[in-house]
Design a protein around this ligand. Structure first.
Ligand code: ZN
Length: 261
């Protein structure tokens, strides 16, 4: 997005929105063309608003934006894909909300990333279309970590560098990868990871989604993998708070808030 542009049409997924003033909403969206954009949708809380439905979370929409003083103003919105099954199911809604939360944490305002955009729209569609979203969610987590420079090392011990062999290991969320049994035993803030779970994680990390789509992951592996990914992701998000791009974003938000007041 060039500062000179006064109008732009983007393909976007709606991350979230919140009430603003009497009838308006602040809409946080991630666009293919311009990355994350915080925008204002005027009058959408009025009953006759036609735009409102296309600016709900998880919608994949075409949005026209005009540059305002503080925010981009949404002048038009139309559906590209509305993921109807997500809206009809509480568990799918929760899964999609989780994807949007990670999207918000891992993306930066006005920095486009086509691969992440496609990953998000594909993941929402997978959640929408399939009864079980486990594979789609773990695939999403591992890919967004790859794309943002936080790929966990699952092949070599993050301490001694030795190649990981087929046995139970440890995982360090601080060091971002697997520790061999010898090194893992010396640390306190590590968790055990079974050989089977590690095998599935490596498969998820290196395979295209088409190869994983029909993989049937045993229940105990699903539980271990979910817990491990949650633990690692929360650590990464904490670290990201101190990263320069995040500070840049926070500074920009503080400046915007000042302008609103
Ligand atoms: Zn080691």
């Amino acid at each position: 997005m060039k500062p000179s542009e006064r109008l732009q049409t983007v393909e976007a997924v709606i991350i979230s929105h919140k009430e603003f003033g009497e009838a308006d909403r602040l809409v946080n969206l991630f666009s293919l063309e311009s990355g994350k954009i915080r925008s204002l949708a005027k009058g959408v809380r009025k009953i006759h608003s036609r735009k409102a439905a296309y600016l709900e979370p998880f919608m994949h929409s075409k949005v026209v934006l005009a540059r305002g003083k503080t925010f981009w103003i949404i002048t038009q919105a139309d559906a590209i894909f509305n993921n109807p099954a997500i809206r009809d199911s509480l568990s799918k809604t929760a899964q999609a909300a989780y994807v949007m939360e990670l999207t918000d944490r891992f993306t930066i305002e006005e920095e486009p990333d086509r691969e992440i955009f496609r990953l998000i729209t594909d993941t929402l569609k997978r959640i929408n279309d399939h009864p079980d979203a486990f594979n789609a969610l773990r695939f999403f987590e591992l890919r967004i970590l790859d794309q943002t420079g936080f790929r966990p090392d699952l092949t070599n011990c993050v301490d001694c560098g030795k190649e990981i062999t087929a046995q139970d290991q440890y995982f360090s969320r601080e060091q971002g990868g697997v520790l061999c049994p010898a090194c893992g035993g010396l640390h306190t803030r590590v968790r055990k990871v079974s050989m089977n779970t590690l095998r599935y994680m490596r498969h998820f990390q290196r395979s295209a989604y088409a190869e994983l789509a029909r993989a049937s992951v045993p229940f105990e592996v699903q539980e271990e993998m979910t817990a491990l990914m949650n633990s690692y992701l929360s650590n990464v998000v904490e670290r990201k708070l101190n990263a320069p791009d995040f500070l840049k974003q926070i500074n920009r938000e503080t400046r915007d808030q000042r302008q609103v007041k």
